[in-house]
Design a protein around this ligand. Structure first.
Ligand code: PDD
Length: 277
């Protein structure tokens, strides 16, 4: 398998990460997960813009322009002959003697990207999934797509241990987002999702779905809602690059709506399918 390590395409087995890489030691880095459908990279510019924003927010200097990065990711997709799957791209603040403050003088950010074949989760999309509720114990900059994911790891593990697909997080009873997805609910024909502030990652799929809603004349309220509202919703679904749109039909012991994917969720799934075809 060929991967991208800084400016070189190398076999995965030959790629070496230093033990004092700041991503490895401090989680001092950022990443993106990008979908590839039929060899075409989906919403690449949007993901790169968000990567740039994450970099700016943690004062990480990109070692190359977004245009150059785009060319490298496209070349990587070509070289690995990826048809259906994802690109993972990560940047860390570089390699330096361990000290919490930024390296001084600054060192070059370390770039890694690789592709991975991945099928669309069609069964989950058609049948819906279970979710569990967990406390959102993360920091107050969830808008940054950082590799510091321990709270998300623990949340997803709780889901897994309970036979659920996702963990839906809440802060003092206000629903924020999934461990690796955004959360929408439908009530009386109106969609609700957490506003894009410091408490959630503004998902690329989330933004895409909101755009689809406007094209389909569906109303979206980007306003907070409670766990109680969530459990009493007519429909709930999660969105992410890897999941696309997955209906949630059960949360802990509560059935959502009729316990099967709802009509508005299905309408959005159909619209989404058409766009990526
Ligand atoms: N996760 N919220 C969190 C905390 C996420 O980690 C993700 C994505 C999302 C959805 O964002 P997007 O639609 O841009 O994928 C929301 C990726 C897929 C991951 O970590 O694997």
């Amino acid at each position: 398998d060929i991967i991208l390590l800084n400016e070189s395409y190398v076999p995965r087995q030959e790629a070496k990460i230093d033990i004092e890489d700041r991503g490895y030691q401090f989680g001092d880095g950022i990443y993106e997960v990008i979908r590839v459908y039929g060899g075409r990279v989906f919403l690449l510019s949007e993901h790169l813009q968000r990567l740039k924003r994450s970099a700016d927010e943690i004062q990480l200097a990109l070692p190359l322009s977004l245009d150059e990065l785009k060319q490298r990711l496209l070349e990587l997709t070509d070289r690995t002959k990826l048809d259906e799957g994802i690109i993972y791209v990560q940047l860390t603040r570089g390699v330096a003697p361990r000290y919490h403050g930024f390296p001084d003088p600054a060192v070059k950010a370390q770039l890694v990207a690789y592709t991975k074949p991945m099928d669309r989760p069609l069964t989950q999309q058609q049948q819906g999934v279970k979710a569990v509720l967990v406390n959102d114990i993360r920091w107050l900059r969830c808008d940054i797509k950082t590799v510091n994911l321990l709270p998300n790891v623990l949340a997803k593990q709780k889901a897994t241990e309970n036979g659920a697909f996702e963990a839906i997080q809440h802060r003092n009873g206000t629903v924020t987002e999934g461990s690796s997805s955004n959360v929408f609910m439908v009530k009386k024909g109106v969609l609700h999702t957490h506003p894009p502030n410091n408490l959630i990652l503004n998902g690329i799929t989330r933004q895409y779905v909101i755009q689809l809603c406007s094209e389909l004349n569906l109303r979206v309220h980007e306003q907070t809602f409670s766990v109680n509202d969530l459990l009493q919703a007519d429909e709930v679904f999660i969105t992410s690059t890897t999941s696309e749109i997955i209906p949630v039909i059960q949360i802990d012991k509560d059935t959502i709506g009729e316990g099967r994917p709802g009509p508005i969720t299905q309408q959005l799934q159909q619209a989404f399918d058409q766009r990526i075809a």
